[in-house]
Design a protein around this ligand. Structure first.
Ligand SMILES: O=P(O)(O)OC[C@H]1O[C@](O)(CO)[C@@H](O)[C@@H]1O
Ligand SMILES: [Mg+2]
Length: 442
């Protein structure tokens, strides 16, 4: 389509995509193989000889996958017959048609977004083809560890929320918006803690998330939080009863551990301050991109918070459990979130999900992978409008809360990208910079 730039891919030697596929993905695969091997005894205890056999088979499939990746073999069809297997294989054919028959779809020649997502789907296939261990979360250890190692920051955050709520009734609209803006930024910077960029290395939150905000302010390259606030202030509920606030905010989650806690704290504030009646959380159907939230992670994190030996943390945990029980909070997953599609394809390829998102008054998209999918992971000029890069995707007013960890960024001022590049050549991939980027569909 004219005017649409090409997809990012490892075809460009030395690019971040190239280095990711050559170095980081094999490292992540090796860690997955090691994790399965280290759990051999557990599998034996739980499943006997069958467990051992499953471990061996899964490792065999993963070693084969790593070899295919490292030798740039053609991408092959999935064979595990899961709910999304056919649509994955259809997408492979679609990719092949786009690329033409001269060159097979392969790791270093095809869109980075596609092959990186495909790797995580193949990891799931290696486990799901070996039933005794088909529910084993190969990334669970890293996710739980990053939660435990962020305990101090979590306690600080729960105490901060407790303080804001103590005087909630007496807060003026300005004070309310100030608290909202702080919690929005805390959720934004929570996205620094993803485990795929660090290839599984510890990436938990060590410093106080509240005190760090002022120092991080200059690193926010686009800040549309004012538009997010006015969306919360001016929506359909206002018509009904004159009170401000909206009916439903959707949060498309990203990473478990500390980032998830920052999202739950933001959601808690939205409901307890009357800014939103319901929160829909959207997570992943299976372990994805090392640290992304699954249903298990969501409910485990609430239980851990309840069980904490800290007054305000435990109090929040019980509050969150009540929200889930009462239906103010609900967790949803859909196969589309664990597929390689650009979001501009959602209306055609997942119309049910698109229709569900259209019911929201505001959608918050967390993290870098969601940003790559919102913009199609393409080589856009930095000054191209966010609305242009969305290519028609717009089920409801939406906002991306993203720390930059991939070389795609739009909606910047003329010269802003060049200035950053002269100061810091890795500004788009080192996670130091962030955007709060809003779009209201017409
Ligand atoms: O958890 P996030 O913020 O989506 O980040 C995912 C990371 O993985 C990547 O795919 C890189 O491997 C980038 O998108 C990003 O660095
Ligand atoms: Mg992630």
């Amino acid at each position: 389509q004219s005017g649409v730039p090409p997809s990012l891919s490892a075809k460009v030697t030395g690019s971040f995509a190239y280095l990711t596929i050559r170095d980081r993905l094999p490292t992540i695969l090796t860690k997955v193989i090691d994790t399965i091997h280290r759990n051999k005894n557990t599998f034996f205890e739980e499943h006997g000889e069958e467990g051992i056999e499953a471990e061996k088979q899964a490792i065999g499939l993963l070693s084969k996958l790593r070899n295919e990746l490292q030798t740039d073999k053609p991408v092959i069809e999935l064979t595990d017959g899961l709910e999304d297997t056919d649509s994955w294989n259809e997408y492979l054919q679609r990719q092949q048609r786009l690329q033409g028959d001269q060159e097979p779809v392969s790791w270093f020649k095809s869109p980075w977004l596609y092959v990186e997502c495909y790797m995580y789907r193949r990891i799931q296939e290696a486990v799901s083809l070996n039933p005794p261990i088909s529910n084993f979360d190969v990334f669970n250890e890293g996710k739980t560890q990053s939660f435990y190692e962020s305990q101090k920051a979590v306690m600080t955050l729960c105490t901060f929320l407790e303080d804001t709520q103590k005087n909630a009734e007496k807060l003026s609209p300005d004070q309310l918006s100030e608290h909202f803006s702080k919690l929005l930024q805390i959720s934004l910077w929570g996205n620094k803690c993803d485990l795929s960029i660090s290839a599984g290395q510890d990436n938990s939150q060590k410093t106080s998330p509240v005190d760090a905000l002022a120092g991080l302010q200059p690193y926010i390259l686009v800040n549309d939080s004012g538009m997010v606030w006015s969306t919360l202030m001016s929506s359909r509920r206002a018509g009904e009863s004159g009170e401000s606030g909206v009916d439903r905010v959707d949060i498309v989650l990203d990473n478990a551990g500390f980032e998830l806690v920052t999202d739950l704290v933001l959601a808690d504030f939205l409901v307890s301050s009357g800014l939103a009646r319901k929160i829909y959380f959207h997570g992943k159907s299976f372990p994805w991109f090392v640290s992304d939230v699954t249903a298990n992670d969501f409910h485990w994190t609430i239980r851990q918070t309840m069980a904490a030996n800290h007054k305000w943390m435990s109090k929040r945990g019980f509050q969150w459990q009540n929200y889930v029980k009462e239906g103010a909070w609900s967790y949803h997953d859909h196969p589309f979130w664990t597929q390689p599609h650009e979001f501009c394809d959602m209306a055609a390829d997942a119309p049910d999900l698109y229709a569900r998102l259209q019911q929201a008054d505001l959608i918050l998209f967390k993290g870098d992978l969601n940003y790559r999918k919102l913009t199609g992971d393409r080589a856009w000029e930095h000054t191209v409008a966010f609305s242009t890069a969305l290519r028609g995707f717009g089920p409801a007013p939406l906002c991306s809360l993203r720390t930059l960890k991939a070389n795609v960024q739009v909606g910047l001022q003329p010269g802003q990208g060049e200035k950053l590049a002269s100061k810091d050549p890795t500004w788009m991939t080192n996670g130091k910079y962030a955007v709060i980027q809003f779009y209201r569909p017409l």
